[in-house]
Design a binder for this molecule. Structure first.
Ligand SMILES: Nc1ncnc2c1ncn2[C@@H]1O[C@H](COP(=O)(O)OP(=O)(O)OP(=O)(O)O)[C@@H](O)[C@H]1O
Ligand SMILES: [Mg+2]
Length: 226
């Protein structure tokens, strides 16, 4: 479960990026977070990953109260979430296999587990046969699927995606979103930030709309409309 309670965030005195936000996402949900540029979407993501701390309010992520846990415990919280970005953030000089494996290596996974789980993840995202390619040898959509496999490989409870289709063409965007939908149906909570209206409206999902740092709408089977 992900929950923000009365969360406000100011980066600088006199400017408010988030103003008293309340948002709860239960396990297994799929949520689109939409809103205009500068409305506070990425700020919410960065608060959830503990990259930022709120000015006031409290945040719970998968059982951890971010305001109460010790700094050195933050990596444990992060392991409960897989994060995906618009610009993929792959390691250029590692292969597809090694990009995904790296996420397991940094948490000290055993080689046997890596050899078992990485191929399973690559198959899930439709990249079997491309294990030995480098990121530059892949299309944008394929690179994003590597990033999705990497986000999933440590079996997070939730995936948090900030504009995952922002660098993809419309058909790749739709395929990527359908992949995220399938992963959600397999049990992973999904929070997807996007400002692609057409894409949001092709799915029947909960849509949370934020404007000027305030949630102005939160609807099941919602539409993107401002
Ligand atoms: N590091 C920062 N320092 C100061 N102000 C910031 C910082 N990061 C964001 N802001 C401000 O906070 C507000 C919310 O920014 P945020 O990045 O959350 O918007 P967003 O909804 O993700 O926008 P976009 O759709 O363009 O990505 C904006 O007014 C922005 O200018
Ligand atoms: Mg943003």
């Amino acid at each position: 479960m992900i929950e923000l309670r009365d969360v406000s965030k100011s980066y600088e005195i006199d400017t408010v990026a988030l103003d008293d936000v309340n948002l709860r996402i239960d396990d297994g949900e799929f949520v689109f977070l939409v809103g205009p540029s500068g409305s506070g979407k990425s700020t919410i993501i960065k608060l959830l990953t503990a990259e930022l701390t709120p000015t006031s309010g409290s945040i719970t992520v998968n059982g951890y109260d971010l305001g109460k846990i010790k700094r050195r415990k933050i990596p444990y919280v992060r392991r409960t979430m897989g994060v995906i970005f618009q610009d993929f953030r792959l390691i250029a000089d590692k292969t597809v296999f090694e990009n995904v494996a790296f996420a397991m290596r940094v948490i000290g996974a055993r080689e046997k587990a890596i050899q078992r789980r990485v191929p399973a993840m690559l198959e899930l995202v439709g990249l079997e046969g491309k294990e030995d390619r480098f990121p530059r040898e892949l299309s944008g959509g394929e690179q994003q699927r590597v990033a999705i496999a990497r986000a999933l490989v440590n079996r997070p409870q939730a995936i948090i995606a900030d504009e995952p289709t922002g660098n993809l063409d419309p058909s790749m965007s739709l395929e990527t979103m359908q992949l995220l939908e399938r992963i959600n149906q397999l049990g992973t909570t999904m929070l997807v930030v996007t400002h692609e209206r057409d894409l949001v409206n092709r799915f029947s999902k909960r849509v949370v709309t934020i404007m000027n740092g305030t949630i102005i709408r939160d609807e099941q089977d919602g539409v993107y409309g401002l």
